[in-house]
Design a protein around this ligand. Structure first.
Ligand code: GLN
Length: 487
């Protein structure tokens, strides 16, 4: 059996039993990357030497009989909007093409503290704006289940790397679905934690009131492992929640007795692919047979979520992206005076979608339009949050689709931004409300995975992991490997 086909928890076990060394694990993944990366194109930057050096340090610790942290020696990848000291962090943008951060993001520091092995930085839509990686300034990543399809976005590089067995785990960021959508399209597990559960320090900001870092993994146990490593209070992030981090692996029990599950009818939107709907309905039946009590609930403001999201996210983006002016760091264009320099810098540095959003957000925040757009969107956000509060008075978790369709073809939606935005209809309400949600595979349609979404109360990650684990164990989707063009 090849090591790269195993799960993180399986390799953790083998490492502890000294059946394999950390160096052998790292080498197996580096070999796999050499074999399939040309086809998948998940990485912006690879760091093989650093990975092998880290693996050797783990082997030395093992030789000295030292205790290992849970992720020690287990190789993973980071989305390229998460700062790693001394490693290029581009955000998929020309404007940061040569940016080398002088500091580590808190999640990167925590992973280093666990002796995790980092294989590299992965592709994304520019500044995490998109649903397919087609907005990356560099290239489009491919879906390991069908190389002519997108892997989802914006954390598509991390999703593709994990799904193609080039990494055991990946980190992504989720502002409106960017961890969950690639997980769904690539047939793996992705968790958007509660807002504030994972530190955003060192994550390049897109929509600061929505952004949250989360894991992409091959199964639910691995998701629990990575969450345990990255969650927790951070004084460097003022929005970070001060609550103890539970041992998430304790939540993994294979039955759902006593769990109340709500099915929000508004998530079964017009335009939902019948094959996706069938897979979700099948999953609900299965959850019922595992002991859960399922009932329909109503979340009446859901239909306004997409519009509110695209006003709030673009407004925050227009403000966050104002810092790229060619002065402090990043690309600088030539100009005879400072205004000409700013203009050249930003015209050359930002791609079309980033520019569209900067303009939309600037418009929504400008005087005279602020009340009509931005403020109104904030009020809608409150109503959506109240829908969740009311639903969670009746049930423990909610179940819905992740996306109305399976992975679409590369090029299919690039000319139509609104069609692209519609991909996010089932994921953005969760970010607006700040609650956690997990995506996991619940079926296949035409050879492509379908994602199931389970949504929880604030800080209710354990309930999500429990429901997801019970469902996963009753199926075999997590045992299937993506063909990566080999069929
Ligand atoms: N597709 C959404 C957007 O473009 C979500 C992106 C994300 O979560 N980073 O805004």
């Amino acid at each position: 059996m090849e090591l790269h086909t195993l799960k993180a928890h399986e390799l953790q076990d083998k490492l502890r039993k000294k059946e394999v060394s950390a160096t052998e694990i790292a080498q197996s993944f580096l070999k796999r990357i050499d074999a399939v990366e040309d086809k998948v194109q998940a990485f912006i930057t690879r760091t093989p030497e650093a990975a092998l050096a880290q693996a050797r340090r783990v082997d030395e610790k093992i030789a000295r009989g030292e205790r290992l942290a849970p992720l020690a020696g287990l190789p993973g990848v980071l989305k390229d909007n998460i700062c790693v000291k001394g490693t290029k962090t581009t955000c998929g943008s020309r404007i940061l093409e040569n940016f080398v951060p002088p500091y580590d993001a808190t999640v990167a520091a925590r992973l280093a503290g666990q002796d995790a092995v980092i294989l590299g930085k992965t592709n994304l839509d520019e500044f995490a704006m998109g649903s397919s990686t087609e907005n990356s300034a560099f290239f489009t990543s491919r879906n390991p289940w069908d190389l002519s399809a997108v892997p989802g976005g914006s954390s598509g590089g991390s999703g593709a790397a994990v799904s193609a067995a080039m990494a055991l785990w990946g980190l992504g960021s989720d502002t409106g679905g960017s961890v969950r959508l690639p997980a769904a399209f690539c047939g793996i597990v992705g968790l958007k934690p509660t807002y504030g559960r994972v530190s955003r320090y060192g994550l390049v900001a897109y929509g600061s009131s929505l952004d949250q870092i989360g894991p992409l993994t091959r199964d639910v146990r691995d998701c629990a492992l990575v969450m345990g490593a990255i969650a927790g209070h951070d004084p460097l992030d003022s929005t970070s929640v001060e609550a103890p981090v539970p041992d998430y692996t304790k939540a993994l029990v294979p039955d759902l007795k006593g769990m109340k599950i709500g099915i929000p009818k508004e998530y079964f939107v017009a335009g939902l692919d019948p094959a996706v709907e069938k897979a979700i309905q099948g999953a609900i039946e299965q959850l019922r047979s595992l002991g859960a009590e399922c009932r329909e609930v109503s979340m009446p403001h859901t239909e306004y979520a997409l519009a509110a999201y695209y006003l709030i996210a673009t407004s925050e983006a227009s403000s966050n992206l104002a810092r790229y002016d060619g002065v402090g760091y990043g690309h600088r264009g030539q100009g005879n005076d400072i205004v000409a320099m700013y203009k050249r810098t930003r015209t050359e540095g930002f791609g079309e979608e980033a520019r569209r959003r900067i303009m939309l957000g600037t418009y929504a925040l400008s005087s005279g339009y602020y009340d009509a757009y931005y403020l109104k969107a904030l009020k809608v956000r409150t109503l959506i949050r109240q829908d969740f509060d009311k639903a969670f008075d009746q049930v423990d978790v909610l179940v819905a689709p992740i996306s109305p369709t399976t992975a679409f073809k590369i090029g299919e939606k690039v000319e139509d931004p609104l069609a692209m935005y519609l991909q996010d209809v089932c994921t953005v309400p969760i970010n607006l409300a700040g609650v956690p949600a997990i995506s996991l595979p619940c079926g296949f349609s035409g050879g492509l995975p379908v994602g199931l979404q389970i949504i929880g109360r604030p800080l209710g990650e354990e309930a999500l992991l429990r429901a997801a684990y019970a469902f996963e164990q009753a199926n075999d989707y997590h045992r299937r490997l993506a063909p990566v063009g080999e069929v």
